[in-house]
Design a protein. Structure first.
Length: 321
């Protein structure tokens, strides 16, 4: 099984580095990793916060896709907006291919009316894609009797490739609804690890919207909040529509998402004081279910106290997960 998975990784990788297009890793606790979803969410909670996310996709195939992310953001009165820093690390094929990114964000906050505001953001990202050639096996290494014993004639080029990338986003917040749009990879960097290769990272488009509907007599401090959501993403030939619903009762949050490709996403979270912890599981609704064992995702966030802002900024009302 291990040899087969490594060989599969090698074949996929060869197609990738010789000209096909890459695709961003995806987190399905969308709002638990807000800066990854949309840079305009930087500073949306006003006070400083940190978010840490971990995703293990297809755990039955060990080390296939493991992605981690950490971010920090806060509102800064002096620059009329939020700042953010986000780092991600994506490992594929038992860390055969690793992609690391570090991005800095500025999100300008503009009140429009007493109940509606807009955040508009720009993000600059440094990325590096690397390959561990020693973990790859190629077809010409196979001996019919003894397996992978022959030296390969496959050309091994760069061990890593670095790029600078630009992204942008906008979010509007009302009293009970929000809507946002983000465009990642405006510069479409070339990620090919061959000197003469061309493997541009396609632009990714994200649209997201939702509402918070308080239930009960006290609309300002409800015991129960229902939050319907929609997220649409497109990157090259990949297109996905996700429809979701969160129900928050006091400190407990439950969520269910339907992903139009092949999965249901189930979530349970706890939001108590400055802390937030969430777990979600992607249920693959196809013949791959028994092979891949779905996907597991964990999130942790912590908010920090801050002084009252000099200007009246509206905090974002996006869900926590």
């Amino acid at each position: 099984m291990k040899k087969n998975s490594i060989l599969l990784t090698a074949l996929v990788f060869l197609f990738f580095i010789q000209g096909l297009f890459a695709q961003d890793p995806q987190f399905t606790q969308f709002y638990a990793n807000p800066l990854y979803l949309n840079p305009a969410l930087a500073g949306s909670k006003l006070c400083p916060r940190i978010c840490i996310n971990y995703r293990n996709e297809w755990p039955n195939i060990s080390g296939t896709y493991v992605t981690t992310s950490a971010s920090f953001d806060k509102m800064v009165d002096a620059i009329h907006g939020g700042i953010g820093l986000i780092a991600t690390n994506d490992e594929a094929g038992q860390n055969t291919i690793r992609t690391t990114t570090i991005g800095g964000i500025y999100s300008y906050h503009q009140p429009i009316t007493r109940k509606f505001s807009v955040n508009a953001a720009m993000q600059a990202t440094f990325s590096q894609k690397a390959v561990d050639w020693s973990k790859l096996n190629f077809g010409d290494e196979i001996d019919p009797s003894h397996g992978f014993v022959k030296p390969t004639l496959e050309s091994q080029s760069l061990a890593s490739k670095s790029n600078l990338d630009i992204s942008a986003g906008i979010v509007g917040n009302g009293e009970h609804f929000f809507v946002g749009f983000a465009v990642h990879h405006l510069t479409q960097p070339n990620e090919s690890l061959y000197e003469s290769g061309n493997s541009q990272l396609p632009i990714k488009y994200t649209f997201h919207a939702g509402a918070n509907i308080p239930m009960g007599a006290d609309k300002h401090d409800p015991d129960v909040v229902i939050s319907p959501n929609i997220i649409w993403q497109k990157q090259q030939d990949f297109e996905e529509l996700c429809l979701g619903l969160y129900i928050k009762k006091n400190a407990i949050v439950g969520g269910l998402w339907y992903r139009n490709r092949d999965a249901m996403i189930m979530l349970i979270g706890i939001e108590k004081g400055p802390y937030r912890i969430g777990y979600s599981y992607d249920v693959t609704m196809s013949k791959l279910t028994n092979t891949t064992a779905g996907s597991h995702e964990l999130s942790f966030a912590m908010g920090f106290a801050c002084k009252k802002h000099k200007k009246h900024y509206r905090p974002g009302i996006c869900p926590s997960f």
